[in-house]
Design a binder for this molecule. Structure first.
Ligand code: PLP
Length: 414
């Protein structure tokens, strides 16, 4: 009998984490690799947040806290929702976990089992389908189209819902496409859900603070109050405050679900790091003005990267509304040969050739459920991005576009 469980055999390691590990290994060998695969801001955690953590240690805040978060942090999260999203929550409707990932994990494990379906628009963040599969549920992948700005349409959503549908996961702005839904577009999706009371919404708002060109962030619980009783709004400090390593995420939703999530957490990690909770408290209740400066920086980098990629033969890069990713298409390159002669048959081959031949690490689109694309994280300095773009352009210009090695592939579906 195999030793490892069936549950663990249903999942795979995170491809983005794997690529980041591969980049580190190649760099350790002395290879000149530019890594654009990691999903984290390149800024330092602001000084006032670091100081709050140090003060917490010195004040002896080094013991266990309540399993799903300190009362003061829950209070600050309620204030954040009121201030930024116009949402009224009470502390018993809040759960704090070890990163947004644990909030998603707890929510899905607390609610999904065999026979349950979870609708996941593609391209999606790599962990959603695996967490659903670990829980024994069925991920139902709903592909979006670049022509629709990588947003699913209300009609497509309606067609994907069955009596077994338990959740719709909505991530706006999106990792990996950067696409975001405005209030009107969200309202149209919520209108479909009003007809299907068995379906809950898991809103992953982790990139809320990274919206560009004046785009106004919106979230389902805010735009459709009639859905409030079946929305879990997830957020965290990782991306907004450059705190990926501190591991604090939070969710707001119906008390019954929040209690079940706390029960799960009480039997796994217990409370998230007490010191990190104090740091998150400082992040959420301290100054917010610097976020605009970071937003401006990211927007300038987005513009640099989109323009640079659209200058590369074979690459078509839409302009995203938010996050720090672009998700260009390489449809035109399928059938070309790389400069070293590798037939580019799909986006995984493309990404591997780009790494081997040009020393630029990106993540292939199939990992996010929508091909033929690749994801670039532009959370890197302008100099690094400029050099990466120069290499990508040289790679594309060095490709042999004729004769076509294979027939063009159609978008992959999981
Ligand atoms: C869309 C999305 N959701 C959730 C997370 C989890 O963030 P964390 O666990 O670092 O808070 C990430 C991290 O990459 C993400 O991209």
């Amino acid at each position: 009998m195999p030793f490892l469980s069936k549950a663990v055999s249903r999942i795979k390691p995170s491809p983005t984490v794997a690529m980041t590990g591969r980049v580190a290994a190649l760099q350790a060998e002395g290879r000149d690799i530019i890594g654009l695969s990691a999903g984290e801001p390149d800024f330092d955690t602001p000084a006032h947040i670091r100081e709050a953590a140090k003060a917490a240690i010195d004040a002896g805040h080094t013991r266990y806290t309540a399993v799903d978060g300190m009362a003061s942090l829950k209070q600050a999260i309620c204030q954040k929702f009121a201030r930024e999203n116009g949402l009224d929550y009470t502390p018993d409707q809040i759960s704090v976990g070890t990163g947004g990932k644990q909030i998603l994990f707890n929510a899905l494990l607390a609610s999904v089992g065999p026979g349950d379906e979870v609708i996941i628009p593609a391209p999606y963040w790599v962990s959603y389908p695996d967490i659903v599969a670990l829980a024994g549920g069925t991920p139902v992948i709903l592909p979006s189209r670049a022509e629709d700005g990588f947003r699913i349409t209300p009609d497509a959503l309606r067609r994907a819902i069955t009596p077994q549908t338990k959740w719709l996961i909505l991530n706006s702005p999106s990792n990996p496409s950067g696409a975001a839904y405005d209030a009107e577009q969200l309202r149209a999706l919520c209108a479909v859900l009003l007809d299907h009371p068995q379906v809950w919404v898991l809103a992953d708002d982790i990139y809320e603070h990274l919206c560009f060109d004046g785009f106004r962030f919106a979230t389902p619980a805010q735009v459709e109050p009639r859905l409030r009783d079946r929305v879990l709004t997830m957020n965290g400090v990782s991306k907004a405050y450059a705190m990926t390593g501190w591991r604090i995420g939070y969710g707001a939703g119906p008390v019954e679900l929040i209690r079940a999530m706390a029960k799960l957490q009480s039997q796994s990690t217990s409370n998230p790091s007490t010191i990190s909770q104090h740091a998150a408290l400082a992040a959420l209740s301290g100054p917010q003005e610097f976020l605009q400066g970071w937003r401006d920086d990211f927007q300038a980098r987005r513009d640099l990267v989109v323009a640079g990629l659209n200058d590369c033969p074979g690459i078509d890069c839409p302009v995203p509304q938010g996050a720090f990713y672009v998700y260009p298409s390489i449809r035109a390159m399928i059938g070309w040969r790389s400069p070293a002669g590798t037939p580019i048959t799909d986006d995984e081959v493309f990404a591997n050739a780009l790494l081997d031949e040009a020393g630029v690490a990106v993540v292939f689109g199939a990992a996010f459920g929508l091909s033929p694309h690749f994801r670039i994280s532009y959370a890197a300095s302008t100099d690094t991005l400029t050099e990466a773009l120069r290499r990508i352009r040289a790679f594309c210009e060095g490709c042999d576009a004729s004769p076509r090695a294979t027939a063009p592939s159609s978008p992959r579906r999981r």
